[in-house]
Structure formats: C-alpha cells, structure tokens
Design a protein around this ligand. Structure first.
Ligand SMILES: Cc1ncc(COP(=O)(O)O)c(C=O)c1O
Length: 391
C-alpha cells in the first residue's frame, strides 16, 4: 500500500534512532534491564508529586455532570484563568485567561502555533543543536527550518541569527532550558535577541515571532529561566506538564501569547482554529482541571540535580568532557576524537546507550539523559572507564 513520499523519506532517516531503540531492547533482554545503562530516552522516571494523585482521585470521584463533554477549543475558561495567573508570575507581564490556549503537550502546542503562522516556504530559525522533532513540526505546515550554530558555550549566537533573517522569516524558535545541552539562555541574551528582531521588523515590515519552547522551565537548578513574554511583543511561549509534573503520557500543556502583540486577538483566534482543525479539538479535559489545581506543584528537582552531579563524576572519572547543564536532564558530551555514531556503537559494547549528536544537527557530540536512578548512574562508572580505555 502506498504511503506519502515525504513520510517514506522521513522513516528512512529516522531509522538510526529506531534501530538504537530496538538494539537497546535486545540488550535488555539479553543482560537484564538493570545491566544495561540506558541513557538514551528523555522519559521522566520520577513519579508525579503526591498532590497530583490527591487531585486526580478527588476529581475522578466527583465525576460532575458534563465533565466529559466537548468544551471551547481553547480549553475551560476557569482553567485558562488559573494558568494565566501562574504564567503572569513567570513571564513578568499580566495575562488574562484569553491569552492562554490549552494544548496537547508542548508538541501539540508547537504544531498549533506553526500551523497558525506559516505560509508555504516561510522559514523558522533554530539554534543548532536543536530538538530533533522541530524539523518535522515545521515541515508539517509547509515551512523550512533554518539552522544557525550556537556559540561554543551553546548560548544563542545573536549575530548569526541576525544574518539569517530574511523576508521569509516567520519565527525564531528557541528552547530553554535546552534539550540536548541543558543551557538556560541568560536574560541579556533574550533582550539582545528581542532588539535584533524588533529592528529587523521595523526595517523589513515583517516582525518575526519569537516562539519559546519551555517544557523544562521548572527543571532549572541554580538560575531561573528569564521571561520572554514581557521582553518581546510578538512572542509566544509553549509549555507542558510532561516534565514539571512528570505527566508526558497525559499530553497536557498550553500556549501563552504576549499581550503586547499588536495582533494578539487575531493570533489567538488562529490558535483556537488550528487546535480544532489539526484534530486536537481541545486538550484532555480531566488533565486541564487537574493542572489548574496544581499551579504551585512540581516534581522534586533536587533529584535531577543529584543525578546530574553523580553523572558528572562518572564522566570526569572517564575523561569525557561535557557542557555544564543548568537545567533539563541531559548531559551533552564531546566525543573524544572521532565520529559520534561510531562512539555510540562502541559504547553499546559496554551496554551504555546514548543518542548521537548528529540527531540534533551537531556531529561530534553525544547526549545522555539522566532521568534514571542515581544508583544506576553510579553503577555505569566502570563501563564508561572501560569503554574509554578501548576507544
Ligand atoms: C525541547 C522539547 N520540546 C518539546 C517536547 C515535547 O514535549 P511534550 O511531551 O510536552 O509534548 C520535548 C520532549 O521531550 C522536548 O524535549
């Protein structure tokens, strides 16, 4: 049976990661899951906080009449009001419920935003390395990804972004805390980027959107993630509860639009419409009510911080260099001489799994996810050492 050419092509290029996943499963069958050091997948293993279970049980028991019906595509008005308060605190500007659209995770939110703003051939600028799904999300809606290398410390390279701007630029898409490096972009960088985009908008007559993908906002160790919505008029934040409440399977998130935007109302109407026509219709009903009651809750971030420190010790002992993560739960490591895919294959012989940097547009690097038990990280130390001795 025929499938679309574009999908066939995408399936072909994604096969490396699929192959790795399958090989990982094979290794686990062969040696037992505890003897395979699987740092490949960013799937939070910490359980949701106890408050989640309390609210979940309470709401399930209440089972109010009508609570499973269709609702406005943007979500329940009272949920949007509750989230507007939380987002106003985080983003340094006052929002009301109308500025929030509930989404099916951050992935759903990003697709809704891109569908709403892209004309065919429009460009979206991203900083390389970047979350590998961005390419497909942009292509889904007729856009083209334009990649710009980050600075050596993985901060945004504002000059390079400036040089990439063109009449076709619909948006700059940033992600902080960053997957795969754990970098948090400083407030000064955001201000600089906003100034560059404003002046480009004035000169060209086309003000690009700034889309901030923030599912790791709450997973920040020492620095807070600077606000976006107060810094730039045409800004949109996409967030979710996949990491902050460990609910990736529940697919709940939101889009927040800056009230400073001249065309806020038109954009909001577009986002509501694209939520509908992409087939999401609305974000999951029960989860909306739950997250509205949990605006102050989050997972215990110190658990991730301890794992990060344990992993750093393992890497230091093995002589592997990495970018210092300020948030999220990834360590992006420099492949000590040679090809990242070959290094990933080499590590597999020692039952260590990671993702090659090529998958994020940056060959020569490898990503390890530390959403696994601290003991498991510590237990990987001798495997890492042996692997390095034979590399
Ligand atoms: C940078 C980034 N953006 C978006 C997503 C999608 O998150 P969600 O589960 O909220 O759709 C992920 C998931 O890992 C991610 O790492």
């Amino acid at each position: 049976m025929p499938i679309a050419d574009s999908i066939r092509e995408a399936l072909g290029s994604a096969s490396l990661i699929r192959k790795m996943f399958e090989e990982g499963n094979q290794l686990k069958k062969q040696y037992g899951p505890d003897r395979v050091f699987d740092f490949s997948i960013g799937n939070p293993d910490i359980e949701p906080p106890p408050a989640f279970h309390r609210v979940f049980t309470k709401l399930a028991k209440e089972d109010k009449k009508g609570s499973h019906g269709y609702m406005p595509n943007a979500g329940y008005p009272e949920v949007r009001e509750a989230l507007a308060e939380k987002v106003s605190r985080e983003q340094g500007i006052t929002l009301n419920g109308s500025h929030i659209i509930m989404s099916v995770g951050a992935a759903g939110g990003l697709n809704v935003v891109l569908k709403a703003i892209l004309n065919p051939g429009d460009e979206v600028i991203v900083s390389r390395p970047y979350f590998m799904e961005y390419r497909a999300y942009v292509a889904n809606h007729g856009g083209r990804l334009r990649e710009v290398d980050a600075l050596p410390d993985f901060n945004l390279n504002i000059r390079a972004i400036q040089e990439r701007l063109s009449q076709k630029t619909a948006a700059v898409l940033i992600n902080s805390p960053h997957n795969p490096t754990g970098r948090i972009y400083p407030a000064g960088t955001i201000t600089e980027l906003a100034e560059v985009l404003q002046s480009w908008g004035r000169a060209s007559g086309r003000l690009p959107y700034l889309i901030a993908d923030e599912p790791y906002r709450e997973i920040a160790y020492t620095t807070q993630v600077p606000p976006i919505l107060c810094a730039y008029n045409a800004s949109v934040v996409v967030n979710s509860y996949s990491k902050s409440l460990s609910l990736p399977g529940e697919r709940i998130g939101y889009i927040a639009v800056s009230p400073l935007n001249q065309d806020t109302e038109e954009l909001l109407n577009a986002l509501i419409y694209t939520t509908r026509i992409l087939g999401f219709v609305n974000a999951p009903a029960l989860m909306q009510r739950i997250v509205a009651a949990l605006t102050f809750a989050r997972v215990d971030v110190s658990v991730y911080e301890r794992r990060r420190d344990a992993f750093k010790q393992v890497l230091d002992a093995a002589g592997i260099r990495y970018a210092e993560p300020e948030g999220a739960f990834y360590l992006f490591c420099q492949v000590p001489k040679g090809d990242d895919r070959a290094f990933v294959d080499h590590l597999k012989q020692y039952r260590i799994l990671g993702v090659p940097g090529s998958g994020f547009g940056t060959p020569g690097w490898i990503r390890f996810a530390y959403c696994v038990d601290e003991k498991h990280i510590q237990a990987s130390a001798s495997a890492f050492k042996q692997a390095m001795e034979t590399w």
